[in-house]
Write a protein that binds this ligand. Structure first.
Ligand SMILES: C[S@@+](CC[C@H](N)C(=O)[O-])C[C@H]1O[C@@H](n2cnc3c(N)ncnc32)[C@H](O)[C@@H]1O
Length: 364
């Protein structure tokens, strides 16, 4: 087999429960892709004969955590034998890095589950790497936690079931395509006061908001404080707005101020020096958007960029995401990116920027 063969299938990794949202997005944007197979958190689609897709093409999906061309599956409980089969499927394709990950077992945050590099994925990666026919070509370092370079050829291996490795490939381009399984490796500090620390760290890395150290953020829905903690650790000042209590760690921080009120009760002058807004309120998306619009549309407020968490209490709200994005765009935020982050629960993250402010480069 030659690597110039046209890819016939696409694989997509997503959060458990997001499969229908992925299918609906693909049916809308790529009507010629035919759904082929799914397990919770993993789907494949048959690609149309006539369509050329570059190996770094953008799927344009909010709910796909990562994706690539699928070459089929290798089976076997012995990792060394399965690894031989994986390399046979990859044939003579160029490979700079190997990304191996396990399909999610639960929704992030449920039963303590967080998407991460698992011991099973590490064992499969080691077996896979050890059998590489051209080891001199592989990048040095640990491919499971390091960020690939744009243009790197990635061999993908998704552990869908025990002894069932789905094999594929893609060319790295976007930030998630440069991470194994689209999952950012995080060293969570032991004193993180909530899961929101992980969400904010991932959101800042993915969105690359060009906020300078010392910039002032307002965080709407800041209690108990993981997200504010993360912003403070990056050198920002934070005003936390929430009627609920903040963790004492935050209250003691000199760069943190708590306004213990609902967003609508905060005087607009409190936002005068605020250029960056984040929101993570446990209410339906339209309520979050109402609260944000009342702030950003005020003539005395000048917000350059935002990171908004939009909760989806029902999966059916996934179909409304384009309308939510149109609404945010209508406030003058013309650079918009939306993604279900690996550490998001049933919610999505929207990064919004006013055009003159360019995103930061992603460090390798
Ligand atoms: C998911 S928690 C936020 C987690 C938080 N970002 C952290 O870092 O730990 C949602 C919060 O939204 C707050 N909230 C709900 N409605 C609000 C409103 N209208 N204004 C401000 N906060 C609100 C709730 O009190 C709750 O603390």
């Amino acid at each position: 087999m030659s690597h110039s063969d046209r890819p016939r299938f696409l694989f997509v990794s997503c959060q458990v429960g997001a499969e229908k949202a992925v299918k609906d997005e693909i049916a809308g944007r790529w009507p010629d892709f035919r759904f082929a197979y799914s397990r919770p958190g993993f789907l494949t689609f048959k690609l149309p004969e006539q369509q050329f897709l570059a190996p770094d093409f953008s799927l344009g999906s909010v709910f796909a955590r990562t994706y690539g061309f699928s070459l089929g599956k290798a089976t076997g409980v012995d990792p060394a034998a399965a690894a031989d089969e994986v390399w046979r499927l990859l044939a003579d394709r160029p490979v700079d890095r190997i990304h191996v990950w396990e399909r999610d077992r639960a929704e992030p945050g449920q039963y303590g589950f967080e998407p991460a590099v698992t011991p099973t994925a590490v064992a499969a990666y080691e077996a896979f790497r050890a059998k590489c026919p051209q080891p001199e070509r592989l990048a040095a370092g640990n491919h499971l936690i390091e960020v690939a370079n744009p243009g790197d050829w990635i061999a993908d291996c998704v552990l869908v079931e025990p002894g069932q490795w789905w094999v594929g490939y893609h060319k790295a381009r976007s930030a998630p395509s440069r991470l194994a399984g689209g999952i950012l490796h995080l060293d969570v500090p032991p004193d993180a006061v909530s899961r929101a620390w992980q969400k904010m760290e991932e959101a800042l890395t993915w969105s690359r908001l060009p906020a300078e150290s010392g910039a002032r953020f307002a965080e709407i829905g800041s209690s108990p404080g993981g997200a504010s903690q993360c912003l403070l650790a990056r050198g920002f000042e934070v005003i936390g707005i929430d009627p609920a209590e903040m963790d004492v760690t935050l209250l003691k921080h000199p760069k943190f101020r708590h306004i213990r009120r609902r967003a609508a009760q905060v005087p607009r002058r409190a936002f005068r020096k605020v250029r960056w807004l984040t929101a993570d309120m446990n209410v339906a998306p339209n309520f979050t958007l109402d609260a944000i619009e009342a702030i950003v549309a005020h003539p005395e407020v000048n917000i350059r960029g935002m990171i908004l968490t939009l909760k989806l209490p029902e999966w059916s709200l996934a179909a409304e995401v384009p309308k939510y994005l149109d609404r945010i765009r209508s406030w003058g935020f013309n650079r918009l990116h939306a993604r279900q982050l690996a550490h998001n629960r049933r919610e999505i993250c929207v990064a919004a920027l006013q055009k003159p402010f360019l995103r930061k480069p992603l460090s390798s």
